[in-house]
Design a protein around this ligand. Structure first.
Ligand code: C2O
Ligand code: CU
Ligand code: CU
Length: 477
């Protein structure tokens, strides 16, 4: 079971502590929020989305006078927003121009064929191009994203800047257009005093990499101006490697309208929401009080190995300036959004036990992030499933940290959480592809893969995924 960890000897641990002690650089705040740039459709006709996505190195200026080497899609980080419609065919030519590194593009949460899903088994070599092609079926409208998934390089390629939003729009959308539609992609930046992005430390590998700055669309605490009484549709993306975002909006009212895989059945008013790494939520936020409305973080203890758990309380991620002048009256959020059919009775059930193991040996620390006692092996099939068959997956977290569970290729429905013998139901039915499994908790979900092929499932703390907390379900026709 345990994986040997290169570079985890005590020498590196000492260096690790030095890097941690460095004061984080200050970043400018309060710039006007930039909407994510839209990826232009080159097809020139409806029903087809065709474009080119190039991963390449660039430099960013987070701090005046300092160049930070980053990775970009089409020159930007986060990458361009891809917006396409249900029913569209998508053909995206990916050009890997990352020097000396293979990469892939994984379409997180989307129902794409297994051989188009950017699996680690299908790398795109440095300098090579490949076309990803798939259709967006009816009912697939939702807030998805894309990011690299190469074997052993995902964590680094993502924290260096590679992630982008992919919004699938419904042909008939019940949410009033007057609300607008803004994607807010949260990423996590660690910046050394010299402007560089430090490598992962031992602490990062154990806990997941938590940076110094949570950015929204690449900016720290940007500003958005709205009229009094305005409602805005916001799609929140946790695209950080490992940061749990427990979010609240001061001076504004939040209503959840959608989850990872699209709209809920009905809107749900909330005071706060926990977004674990890779989760998304669609909100309507009503700004009914003049002044500043701020999106802030509350502390959340997701479990931490070793000293120095960073507190996330009180970060301001976004400041909304609500004017004194009222907006034209905005229509209310519709009472019904869309039906969600329960997946129904499972034919098969699976149990996946997540554990962490830690041991010292003469060559250093050995650490394992395991599912059912095993570390990921690209050549091994862990589960054989059948296309079209509903399954119950029971995710058991016996570890000391929360692990956000993610399954490729489909959306699932969480049916219950169990902790200390107490069973609770989620507050609403939702399509999800990522769900946090808190330490000591068991999450039960139902899922169905419609297409054959190899699908990954893993912890979406990317350092854990990389260290073995991943498996393969082979879906057979
Ligand atoms: Cu978002 Cu397998 O990942
Ligand atoms: Cu995924
Ligand atoms: Cu994990």
């Amino acid at each position: 079971g345990m994986d040997s960890m290169p570079g985890m000897d005590s020498g590196h641990a000492g260096h690790d502590m030095g890097a941690m002690a460095q004061a984080p650089a200050a970043l400018p705040e309060g710039e006007a929020l930039r909407e994510l740039p839209l990826l232009a459709n080159e097809a020139g006709r409806s029903g087809l989305f065709r474009a080119r996505l190039t991963a390449e190195a660039a430099t960013a200026r987070f701090v005046e006078g300092q160049d930070t080497p980053i990775l970009t899609y089409n020159g930007t980080s986060p990458g361009p927003l891809i917006a396409a419609y249900e029913g569209d065919r998508v053909e995206i030519t990916f050009a890997n121009r990352i020097e000396g590194e293979q990469s892939t593009v994984h379409w997180h949460g989307m129902p794409v064929p297994a051989d188009q899903d950017g699996n680690p088994m299908d790398p795109v070599a440095a300098g090579a191009d490949r076309v990803y092609a798939f259709e967006l079926p009816g009912g697939s409208a939702g807030s998805y994203w894309y990011h690299p998934h190469p074997h052993g390089r995902t964590s680094e390629q993502v924290y260096r800047g590679l992630a982008g939003a992919f919004v699938v729009k419904a042909k008939a959308d019940p949410i009033p257009a007057a609300y607008g539609d803004t994607a807010l992609m949260f990423t996590d930046l660690r910046l050394a005093a010299d402007g560089s992005m430090p490598d992962n430390t031992m602490t990062d590998l154990m806990n997941g990499r938590v940076g110094d700055h949570v950015l929204v669309n690449g900016q720290k605490n940007p500003k958005l101006a709205v009229a009094l009484g305005a409602k805005r549709r916001l799609r929140l993306y946790n695209a950080t490697n490992a940061r749990f975002l427990r979010l609240a909006f001061a001076n504004a009212a939040m209503t959840v309208i959608g989850s990872d895989g699209g709209l809920l059945e009905a809107p749900v008013a909330i005071d706060e929401i926990l977004l674990s790494p890779a989760e998304r939520v669609e909100l309507v936020v009503a700004f009914d009080k003049p002044g500043a409305a701020t999106l802030t973080t509350l502390d959340y203890d997701r479990g931490w190995m070793g000293p120095g758990r960073p507190s996330d309380a009180g970060l301001t991620l976004l400041t909304v300036d609500v004017a004194n002048t009222p907006a034209e009256a905005m229509p209310p959020v519709p009472e019904r959004l869309r039906p969600i059919a329960p997946l129904g009775q499972p034919a098969v059930s699976r149990r996946l036990v997540f554990t962490e193991t830690m041991a010292m040996n003469p060559t250093g620390m050995e650490m394992g992030f395991l599912i059912n006692g095993k570390a990921f092996d690209m050549a091994r099939v862990d589960i054989v499933a059948r296309a079209g068959e509903t399954e119950l997956w029971e995710i058991v977290n016996q570890a000391d940290m929360d692990h956000p569970f993610h399954l490729h290729g489909t959306q699932f429905q969480v049916i219950e959480h169990e902790r200390d013998g107490k069973v609770s139901k989620p507050p609403y039915l939702a399509w999800k592809d990522t769900v946090n499994v808190a330490r000591g908790e068991t999450v039960r979900l139902v899922t169905r893969q419609e297409r054959p092929g190899a699908r990954m499932y893993h912890c979406h703390i990317l350092e854990h995924e990389q260290l073995g907390m991943m498996g393969i379900v082979d879906v057979q026709a």
